[in-house]
Unconditional design. Structure first.
Length: 526
């Protein structure tokens, strides 16, 4: 399961461990237990700082395939139920290194907020090893557990615990539970987790923060446009801050990228990693896992973060991208995570040998149908327009699959459920007006993207679709605020175009700074 190459790499990673870490595996019998034992022993052998022990931990661990990490004799609160392979292998290794004393790379404001939590918080994260978003959630909550002894986090592989999955009616990952109650599910990131914690525990909003000096350029968004803008700005010797809820943005969810010039083929996670590494070559202040709630206009812009911190900047570049567009029909929000999904790569495995629908006949919809057709029993594609909008090569592939049916010129009306799970979807034939109820176990919505611009509605001019209106140079209606990428009116939402638009906006911002001498008149006092 673990190759010699991985063992060699792990020896390098663990060579500077400061703390002794023990893997404590719950005793008992399970058909996958021997595989897990071999896995943990292999990792423990890479360093004399790591040991392995089988122990009866009573009711603190749920299964003979559950283990926790102990730091110098103290339980860390980090728990894995299942074998953390696939995408979760990184979560496991990062937890090991952080328990071993490695730096927990989080912004100081988030570290302070999490450290101040007084309540006992027991998180459970139900995951699928094929889910790309799940590790981000597991890793975030593992960091919280290491930072605060009042917090524990358990990664639970749904494939090992079907009884719990059925009992809680879980049909999507990640599903995050806090103290036994559903906390968040669907598209979850650290910013959303922090926001929810602040709602539950209002005292966390009273933190005080040391402010950054006045910035020349602050970029909002960590996708291709935002990272490109940050790199171009930093190369000009400017003081630059980048604020991002999720590094990579929508790109992180893209499995196959074959149209990025000079790169024959890559994936979203690989491209995100490459962009992040490139960004780290430059002196950029990074505010990751944070959301901008408000931008106050003026000669100097005040940028308020979800943590409560305020950044002052001479210019701002908006690169917040876009998010999944929703159907906005009855039953959609109510069944999110219980049969309604937006990421086929994450949630597809939960519908093995079942009948599902994909709503949307563009490239994303047909690609989703093709991907899912290898897992599910059947796929019905529902398209609003009379004809599919996808590329011909994708349409031809879909038509050739025996378990894919395509219905065009139909309007989705309502999603129905029985006992908390999706059971059917009603759609209207737009020509005849006839309404039909189609039985289905799951619905994957793939109808495009909506710009992430709500926080800008009183700051810059938006069009009817919510896109930021920009000039050919990336200028918005507000002097000193620029925009680029999928959040703007620039046509053709493509990675390579976003990168170019980010560079353009950065150059325009630099020109603005050359023409306008801006100084901070009043010092910020938190």
């Amino acid at each position: 399961m673990i190759t010699d190459e991985i063992i060699s790499t792990l020896k390098g990673y663990t060579s500077d461990m400061q703390n002794k870490v023990k893997f404590l595996l719950q005793t008992g019998v399970h058909d996958k237990r021997n595989e897990l034992v071999e896995f943990l022993k292999a990792v423990s052998n890479v360093s004399d700082k790591i040991t392995f022990e089988e122990r009866d931990l009573g009711g603190s661990l749920k299964s003979p395939v559950s283990f926790t990490l102990e730091i110098d004799g103290r339980l860390s609160g980090v728990i894995f139920s299942g074998i953390p392979g696939g995408h979760e292998f990184n979560s496991f290794i990062l937890a090991l290194l952080q328990c071993g004393g490695s730096d927990i790379k989080l912004d100081h404001s988030i570290i302070e907020l999490i450290s101040n939590i007084k309540e006992d918080l027991k998180f459970e994260v139900f995951i699928s090893l094929s889910c790309q978003n799940c590790p981000e959630v597991v890793q975030a909550l593992n960091k919280f557990a290491v930072l605060n002894k009042n917090i524990s986090n358990e990664m639970i592989d749904g494939g090992f615990f079907q009884e719990i999955i059925d009992k809680r009616n879980i049909q999507g990952v990640p599903s995050v539970y806090l103290n036994g109650e559903l906390f968040l599910n669907g598209r979850v990131d650290m910013a959303k987790i922090v926001d929810k914690l602040k709602q539950l525990y209002p005292y966390l909003t009273k933190n005080k923060f040391a402010s950054l000096p006045l910035q020349d350029v602050t970029i909002v968004g960590g996708g291709p446009a935002g990272i490109s803008a940050a790199i171009y700005s930093a190369r000009k010797g400017l003081k630059v801050t980048l604020i991002a809820e999720i590094m990579g943005g929508q790109v992180k969810d893209t499995m196959g990228i074959e149209n990025l010039t000079s790169v024959s083929k890559t994936t979203g996670p690989e491209l995100t990693g490459a962009m992040y590494n490139h960004l780290n070559d430059y002196d950029v202040s990074l505010k990751e896992h944070q959301r901008v709630t408000e931008i106050t206009n003026g000669e100097v812009k005040n940028i308020k973060l979800s943590s409560g911190e305020i950044i002052k900047s001479k210019t701002v570049i908006i690169a917040t991208g876009a998010n999944w567009r929703e159907l906005n029909i009855p039953g959609e929000k109510e069944n999110l995570g219980n049969g309604v999904a937006y990421c086929p790569h994450c949630d597809g495995p939960f519908f093995k040998n079942k009948d599902i629908c994909v709503v949307g006949g563009g490239n994303s919809g047909i690609e989703a149908a093709l991907d899912l057709s290898g897992i599910v029993k059947s796929v019905k594609v529902l398209e609003f327009l009379p004809n599919l909008k996808a590329d011909k090569i994708l349409i031809d592939q879909a038509i050739s699959r025996e378990n894919i049916d395509i219905l065009c010129n139909v309007e989705c009306k309502e999603i129905h459920s029985i006992n908390g799970k999706v059971s059917s979807i009603s759609y209207k034939d737009r020509e005849s007006g006839k309404v039909t109820s189609l039985n289905t176990d799951g619905i994957f919505v793939q109808i495009g993207l909506i710009p992430n611009s709500k926080f800008l509605k009183d700051t810059v001019e938006l069009n009817g679709y919510g896109e930021v209106i920009v000039s050919e140079k990336g200028e918005t209606s507000c002097p000193g605020i620029f925009a680029c990428g999928d959040v703007t009116t620039v046509p053709h939402k493509q990675i390579i175009i976003s990168m170019g638009e980010g560079a353009k906006a950065s150059i325009t911002a630099a020109e603005y700074l050359q023409k306008n001498k801006i100084e901070e008149k009043v010092s910020y006092s938190s």
